[in-house]
Design a protein around this ligand. Sequence first.
Ligand code: B12
Ligand code: SF4
Length: 464
Amino acid sequence: MVRVLLINPPIKTQMMGVLFENMCEPLGLLYMAAVLEQHGIEVGVIDGVGEELKHEELENRIAEFGPDVVGIACMMTETYSDSAEVARIARRAAPKAKIILGGHSASFVADKIIENLPEVNYVVVGEGEYTFLELVRSMSNKSSIRRVKGVMYRNNGRATFTGVREPVQNLDELPFPAKHLLPQNARYGYFLYGGYKIALKNLSGIIISRGCPFGCTFCTCTAFSGRKIRARSAENVVKEMEYLINERGVKQIFIVDDNFTAFPKHVMEICRLIKERNIDVSWFCEGRVDTASEEMYKAMANAGCWLIFLGLESGSQQILDYYEKKTTVEKGWQAVALAQKAGIDVVGSFIVGAPIETEEDYQKTLDFIKRADMDVLNVSSLKVLPGTELWRRFEESGAIKPSDWDKYFEIFDVFDGHSKEKIRRWMKTAENGFYRRPGYVVKEIGRLFKRRRKLLSYVLQNLF
Ligand code: B12
Ligand code: SF4
């Protein structure tokens, strides 16, 4: 019988402008674990982030488990080196195990990983549930892995791909993520709110849909999950919420979808079912601005939504067009105002450093930030990641070399027009202007008291 161990690597990499740390469970790994369990395969999960593991402890845990197969998440290019380090640790702790990497970051550089990281046997490209299952089965019954679609492997020292696997079409057919496999001490719900690190107790993540049709130039989601949005049925979503609340004591849900608000009718159907079944839950989500409406936001607030992360990106239309956001500054304004009106707090997320961005464009972003009534601000610098259109353009221009496959770049690393100092100044000025504006703290405390006593009590219990 094959023993499989799935690992979310501890993150040692220092990152700038990160809003979250151990925010929620590693859903991708837990979906794969659930599918393995469903098929009678023995599986364990280690979450190096949620369990805040040190490398030495991780090595001992792997050795203790004695896996035949180790699956390692490699989700973010920014943390690629953390995944590579865990592959080396796993090789020491379980010398005979097959080591498999998968996730967003690994999928875009699968051939390079096979060529450069001898510890890794296979890389799963794209969604992992069925590819990983078939791979484990083929190892178990010693059949050829060449028939398993979606795998990069080593063939006479060369990276060879078994061919593209279509993403899972009917998400309702998947079991719920196997959260029961996480140890009791795994902790989630940490993020920065108004500059303070807070933790929301009993938080759990869920994903309702996959795929994104928009293809923004800095993002890998469309290339990874496809243009078509595949959504779970409202019934299936609400069933998972009931399971989390009744069986696992969950009180806060983070809907991690890229595009939860893409289909307002679907969102409203989920909200209707939450109300109809008297599900007592607070939740928050991410959303694009272009589908914002009073009706949808009110339905969301009524069903327990208290916070939305809006990808506003810039106050300049020129810059939105450069990112191919396919939306307008005006729609951003409206979305912030409509969410606030409905009683939903807003985290506005901005990116500075588009190559065409001038001081004038930046000023428009500052104006937006000063005038829009947001609760939390997150300003990041533009990063160039493998798998994005921006990466392709910089590679074409020669600024990025093939040997850079394991890196990501801050815009100033690959583009002379912006200095590091300027980008840092742009980020800092925007954040200082926002958080230090007169009345901000008083207004936010007033809002917390008025709208969210329940949330405030969580926050006070968990502040540290
Ligand atoms: C939730 C989320 C987070 C959570 C992390 C939760 C967690 N514990 O995993 C939080 C909020 C903390 C987070 C933070 C960041 N994130 Co994030 N995040 C996401 C998000 C929105 C959803 C991930 C998810 O759960 N998907 C649902 C599951 C079912 O899919 P999945 O994770 O992709 O897993 C499937 C496959 O990838 C694969 N797979 C995954 N792991 C493995 C492992 C093996 C062995 C195998 C075989 C297969 C496999 O199979 C799974 C099942 O199909 C994605 C976008 C997205 N749509 O995926 C961005 C995303 C992964 N994040 C991204 C980034 C950049 C970040 C940050 C670095 C941003 C920042 N600078 O602040 C930070 C990192 C902070 C930190 N300290 O780590 C990028 C990564 C891009 C890249 N190529 O590098 C993404 C793709 C978003 C984007 N728009 O570009 N993030
Ligand atoms: S930034 Fe959002 S809308 Fe744009 S491609 Fe990524 S997930 Fe889609």
